[in-house]
Design a protein around this ligand. Structure first.
Ligand code: SF4
Length: 354
């Protein structure tokens, strides 16, 4: 293995990949900036996507057994997908390996010790209407009551007729590797949406959006992200010029290529100057904000993201993820930084005309 310290000292890149090693000889292109939250935090080969593939191969070859260290390593991955974009191995997605090893952890009884998320209860917010468009109100471990109210307010302003629905999506069962539990939730949710007559489902959680689009493998219900409906709205101008940076949540900017609509909405606002992070779009730096993420990783990458925002002169970060907003805001307070963080609907609701 190349000398890890010299590689990190020069570029902060993963020490393994040939592409990266060649990049070390030249100025670092934007797409090769470090974006693996687990690797950036623990600075050890096995925490990066490519290192995880090596570990998985040794496990599959029977060289190593499933043990506590392996389970700890497997659940340190934030499943942000950056290695799929930056370190694909002959087209193979390294996150597939993490998903496989998590399913093994669940099957061998390691998952419950190394993986936990808060209890899931439906958010008690209800709008009834005769409509085949549903707004997914969400659950307490992957939703936010204030946000769903803001989203509903914006949708009403945009003239959308909808009702709320609140079945669980099962995103955390996928992340845990509990396939049996996910299949059970998926079957129940699909049936409940069908019996509620839903033809189109609007979601505001990037994780739910990714799960419904990519893990449900259904095409009978159209899945939309709430900002799709807001493009024709007009918003008040900001009182003074503000430079804001849009933070792409990994489940939007990377997994589902949902990058343009939030930017289009922000560009319409007078006195708002939209700037870009150096790590943006498919190369976003995931703030690792989900409640199942390792706390050390969360603090490290949130702090890095805030430093990057300061570097590009942003006075505010806007993101379409309530978890990213919560995490970045918490870290900014801890570091006493003069930057505000807002979720897109929270920001736009304040700019709706009276
Ligand atoms: S999914 Fe994200 S955290 Fe996990 S190895 Fe890949 S880049 Fe790192």
């Amino acid at each position: 293995m190349p000398d890890k310290n010299s590689v990190y000292k020069n570029t902060g890149l993963c020490a393994r990949c040939k592409v990266c090693r060649e990049a070390c000889e030249s100025p670092v292109p934007i797409t090769m900036m470090p974006v693996c939250p687990a690797g950036i935090t623990y600075k050890f080969d096995s925490y990066y996507g490519t290192g995880r593939v090596t570990v998985a191969r040794k496990y599959m070859e029977g060289v190593i057994d499933y043990n506590e260290s392996l389970a700890k390593l497997v659940y340190s991955c934030t499943l942000c997908g950056a290695c799929h974009v930056q370190c694909p191995i002959n087209g193979f997605d390294p996150t597939e390996v993490t998903r496989y090893l998590r399913e093994e952890a669940a099957a061998k009884g390691f998952a419950s010790k190394y993986y936990s998320v808060p209890e899931e209860k439906p958010i008690s917010y209800e709008i009834r209407a005769d409509s085949d468009i549903g707004l997914l109100a969400g659950c307490t471990n992957n939703g936010d009551e204030t946000l769903v109210k803001n989203v509903a307010k914006l949708l009403k302003a945009a003239g959308v007729k909808f009702k709320t629905v609140s079945p669980a999506v099962g995103a955390y069962s996928v992340r845990k590797g509990d396939k049996e539990d996910f299949d059970r939730i998926k079957a129940g949710t699909t049936e409940s949406l069908k019996s509620a007559g839903i033809k189109e489902l609007i979601v505001y959680s990037p994780l739910d959006y990714k799960t419904l689009l990519l893990d449900y493998e259904q095409d009978s219900i159209k899945i939309s992200f709430y900002t799709d409906y807001l493009v024709n709205l007009t918003f008040k101008a900001l009182p003074s010029v503000k430079k804001v940076a849009y933070h792409d949540p990994a489940h939007l900017g990377r997994f589902t290529n949902y990058r343009d609509v939030p930017r289009q909405l922000l560009k319409k606002i007078e006195n708002l100057k939209l700037t870009e992070f150096k790590r943006a779009g498919a190369n976003t730096l995931c703030s690792s904000s989900l409640p199942d993420c390792d706390e050390k990783i969360v603090a490290t990458v949130s702090s890095l993201r805030l430093a990057e925002a300061a570097d590009i002169g942003a006075e505010m970060i806007i993101t379409s993820c309530f978890n990213c907003k919560r995490t970045l805001e918490k870290q900014a307070k801890l570091e006493n930084l003069p930057i505000s963080v807002k979720e897109t609907a929270e920001f736009l609701t304040e700019l709706l005309p009276e």
